[in-house]
Design a protein around this ligand. Structure first.
Ligand code: FE2
Length: 196
């Protein structure tokens, strides 16, 4: 099989320009392309894995980067589809977040603080269906620090390419505010429902 780049139906966003979205989607399509290229390369290399052991090792290490670059951007862009919709304050998702972070603002403030850490990567809200608890965590690049088996509910891209058309790095807090203001929380709540 081959992965296909998804088409996203993204409305006009506040504080994130159409040009920024356009260049970002082009980058996403690059991750899809390279995921396919690496998979094809691997299917050749594994025909003689002894002879190709060095190349195999290099390509294997590259695959999670490209694959997660593809998948994380799908989480990201889907969160804007349908336009901004606030969280349902009576929902189960609200309840588990408020229970852990003491208030909705407590959750948002911690999520923002993790997003504003130095470095490039992703800020993620995920849910552990085994421990029955949400986690906010940071991923370097696209793959380093992913927590095993936790379905991702919300993914905020903190690579500079996500905001540099609109903001300089010193203004990245404005991008974080814009990201949060444009979210369709129904998408996030649907992801949460699927974890149960
Ligand atoms: Fe990105």
């Amino acid at each position: 099989m081959k992965y296909e780049a998804k088409k996203f139906n993204i409305p006009e966003l506040k504080g994130i320009s159409p040009k920024q979205v356009e260049v970002h989607i082009k980058l996403y399509e690059g991750y899809v392309k390279f995921t396919n290229t690496l998979r094809e390369t691997l299917s050749e290399l594994r025909k003689d894995s002894e002879k190709n052991s060095y190349a195999l090792g290099e390509v294997m290490r590259r695959l999670p980067f490209e694959f997660n670059g593809m998948r994380m951007h799908e989480y990201y862009f889907e969160q804007f589809e349908g336009g901004a919709k606030e969280v349902n304050t009576g929902s189960e998702l609200s309840k588990v977040l408020i229970e852990k972070y003491e208030s909705w603002d407590g959750f948002i403030n911690h999520f923002k603080a993790v997003g504003l850490m130095r470095g490039i990567g992703w800020t993620i809200l995920a849910y552990d269906p085994i421990g029955k608890t949400p986690h906010i965590y940071w991923v370097n690049d696209h793959e380093l620090g992913q927590m095993s088996g936790l379905p991702i509910l919300l993914a905020m891209d903190m690579w500079e390419h996500a905001f540099m058309v609109d903001y300089v790095p010193a203004e990245k807090v404005k991008y974080v505010e814009a990201f949060l203001a444009n979210l369709n929380w129904e998408v996030v709540e649907e992801r949460f429902k699927k974890t149960n």
